[in-house]
Ligand binder design. Structure first.
Ligand SMILES: [Zn+2]
Length: 193
């Protein structure tokens, strides 16, 4: 492959700003291969035959990490805080709502809520997430035949949203966007809200 052909298989993303070295820089291009892997940062005036993609008015930052997620809690959004003085909200009122939701969600609900949560994370620039899962029982409190059923729903939802999962040393689940690794290992914890 000639140098020109090689360059033509690369993409140069040209935002207004790129965050690198602790600050935003101008006149930089993010050069990626056809799989989306970052090859290098380059000065715009040093680009050669890369396909240019202009991103006017945009800034590029490294992917962010959500280090503490309970994906099913997506169903609580907007439901636990009050704007009027007639009702007071606190951690305890939030916790009551959280357990109310947690005790009603079916495996399908867990999947839907988790998939939405993971998709929204990706849309907002999060590329790695630590998922802490602690729901294991049916709405009536009895265990499922498969004790890891709900954790698996979360994992399938993550996979369907483009996330790869791996298990870290403490058995919490850790997911990275577009990771190549997946596992059927399940998360288990019961000490977090
Ligand atoms: Zn927590």
């Amino acid at each position: 492959m000639s140098l020109d052909q090689n360059m033509e298989s690369l993409f140069a993303w040209l935002p207004e700003l790129i965050f690198t070295g602790g600050k935003f820089e101008r006149e930089l291009a993010l050069v990626c291969d056809s799989s989306g892997t970052i090859v290098r940062l380059a000065r715009v005036d040093e680009l050669k035959g890369e396909k240019r993609i202009n991103l006017p008015g945009r800034a590029l930052l490294p992917g962010m990490i959500n280090s503490h997620s309970h994906a099913f809690q997506r169903v609580l959004r907007g439901r636990t805080e009050y704007r009027t003085s007639n009702q007071a909200d606190s951690f305890w009122t939030w916790r009551e709502m959280m357990y109310s939701a947690a005790s009603r969600l079916t495996p399908e609900d867990i999947y839907d809520a988790s998939r939405m949560a993971f998709l929204e994370m990706a849309l907002h620039g999060i590329t790695a997430v630590g998922e802490f899962h602690y729901l294991h029982h049916q709405p009536d409190g009895t265990p499922y035949d498969d004790p890891h059923l709900l954790a698996k729903e979360v994992m399938v939802a993550a996979g369907d949203g483009g996330w790869g999962l791996s298990r870290d040393a403490s058995s919490w689940s850790y997911a990275r966007r577009r990771s190549a690794t997946t596992t059927s290992d399940t998360v288990n914890s019961d000490s977090c809200v």
